[in-house]
Design a protein. Structure first.
Length: 377
């Protein structure tokens, strides 16, 4: 986790700076096709101020010098969809289901830090719940929901054991449990991040928390275990972690997913790897970043697997490409395995990081197109 408090709608936080909107030619500023977004280091220019209810396509070009992100928020900062890790010069297309009329906000986040650049975005016309007549797409939602439920249950079980070890003062056992417990979180991270400040409470890094927020959760205990030693309040922090995870798991199992959210979520998990795990930033004390890498990768593949019957009919060539590149990434990751886990991140040479980055990028490229295929289904 690298962002400050975010409310990310399944599968798949930003200030008051202005973001300019201009019409694409319609008298009312409504979109008549893909909405172009020009993102720079200081601006976020959206070519249309509104669109009809339904699936809205945004084509986001990063014309700045910093890696950027694009979000669409509903009331209460619920993230309806996002495009992360947009490098300078790149264009990313994202399809977002905005099925209810009302006022939303678009936002760019240059440098992937701070509150970002926002503007109002209006959705007009009759509200439309996302739906599909394709039986394979209908089945995909249920299959992935079962995956989320199983991972959530395991996350709670492993967190319970981790907390018990911390409270018993058994640092070595807690260290052994830490990467395994977190893997269940990382597999369903976009869903797990759906619920207000539970995300930063459980997974917030000290350097990215909102001002005034306490440093708690897994990364606070990671620091205690690997850096400072267990503190007087480590047990209290552990109790709070277990309470937050218990609440999150109950909520995660009630989430209703649609196929477009599965597709976007699959890519979002790969973006998590690119922006936090491959850099070694996420697990800066334990250096267990490759455990997180694998878990994000597995979560991404699980979403694609749920969509597979539909994709095989709609675009078999895309499925073949995803399979080939996914195998290549998985095989490469296996070369860094050590025992039941992975080598410590500092053991990676720059050439290793480069190989992993290139394999990740190769896999991410076809996965990024899945949402467009689903949107047509």
């Amino acid at each position: 986790m690298r962002r400050s408090p975010a409310l990310i709608v399944p599968l798949l936080a930003l200030g008051l700076a202005a973001c300019s909107n201009s019409s694409d030619g319609s008298e009312d500023g409504a979109s008549t096709g893909a909405i172009a977004v020009q993102a720079t280091d200081t601006a976020c220019e959206v070519s249309a101020a509104q669109a009809p209810a339904g699936t809205v396509e945004f084509a986001v070009t990063n014309s700045g010098t910093k890696v950027n992100e694009f979000y669409v928020y509903a009331e209460g900062d619920r993230v309806m969809g996002e495009a992360e890790n947009i490098r300078p010069g790149d264009t990313r297309t994202v399809h977002i289901e905005l099925g209810r009329s009302g006022t939303y906000q678009t936002a760019c986040k240059p440098g992937m830090v701070g509150d970002g650049i926002r503007a109002d975005f209006n959705v007009t016309g009759a509200s439309a719940a996302p739906g599909t007549d394709d039986e394979n797409l209908k089945a995909a939602s249920g299959e992935y929901q079962r995956f989320v439920a199983s991972q959530a249950d395991a996350f709670l079980e492993e967190t319970t054991a981790f907390v018990a070890a911390v409270k018993a003062g058994d640092a070595e056992k807690a260290k052994a449990l830490y990467p395994t417990a977190r893997s269940y979180w990382e597999r369903i991270e976009p869903v797990a991040e759906s619920f207000g400040d539970l995300d930063p409470k459980i997974d917030g890094r000290e350097d990215v928390l909102e001002e005034g927020m306490a440093f708690t959760g897994y990364h606070r205990l990671e620091k205690d275990l690997w850096s400072t030693g267990l503190q007087k309040d480590s047990g209290e922090v552990a109790d709070r972690l277990l309470a937050d995870v218990t609440e999150l798991v109950a909520k995660a199992k009630t989430v209703q997913l649609n196929p477009l959210q599965l597709a976007n979520g699959s890519k979002a998990l790969l973006d998590e790897i690119a922006t936090g795990k491959i850099t070694g930033e996420e697990e800066r004390y334990s250096h267990t970043d490759l455990w997180d890498f694998e878990a994000n990768f597995e979560g991404s593949k699980a979403a694609i697997q749920a969509l597979r019957p539909f994709l095989q009919q709609a675009d078999p060539a895309l499925v073949a490409t995803i399979d080939t590149r996914g195998k290549a990434l998985g095989d490469l990751l296996e070369t860094y395995r050590s025992g039941d886990g992975f080598v410590s991140y500092p053991e990676l040479a720059p050439s290793d990081v480069k190989k992993l980055t290139e394999a990740l990028d190769a896999f991410s490229e076809p996965v990024a197109t899945v949402a467009g295929v689903v949107a047509k289904g």
